[in-house]
Unconditional design. Structure first.
Length: 142
């Protein structure tokens, strides 16, 4: 059973003081949040897949998605977008996978060759047989 999907976490929140709510016309009640989305495998984050921004009026609780932002809210979002940086742990699973393959590659390069393989290579008809993959690399390292 393979469990995978996407999740989101809050990566930035700010209050927009000058913006007016389009629904209740109150000023200074807009709150903006930016969520970072990431792909996961068994709930371990692999890599980021995007950002989602929403604004909410704290007076009437009306929520707007980024595509519904007024020009004023959009301008404030562009100003504050740099403050909402993605955390490094959104890349954690990919880093673990990369570390695993790198360490297994290094370990296989220094893996001890079975002495019986040398006898098989030196046996009758050794010149007619193709070399086994990886064997030559290991013999060069020793």
């Amino acid at each position: 059973m393979l469990i995978y999907g996407t999740r989101a976490t809050t990566i930035g929140e700010f209050t927009v003081l000058q913006a007016e709510c389009a629904h209740c016309h109150q000023r200074g009640t807009q709150r903006m949040a930016v969520f970072g989305r990431y792909a996961h495998l068994f709930w371990i984050p692999l890599f980021p897949v995007g950002k989602v921004a929403v604004a909410e009026c704290t007076h009437c609780l009306r929520t707007l998605r980024k595509k519904e932002f007024s020009p004023e809210l959009r301008r404030k979002y562009e100003e504050k977008q740099g403050e909402a940086s993605r955390p490094a742990w959104h890349w954690a699973g990919l880093a673990v996978i990369l570390l695993f393959f790198t360490s297994s590659g290094i370990a296989s390069a220094f893996w001890e060759v079975d002495p019986r393989e040398a006898l098989l290579d030196a046996g009758p008809g050794a010149a007619d047989r193709p070399a086994r993959p990886g064997h030559r690399l290991r013999s060069l390292l020793h």
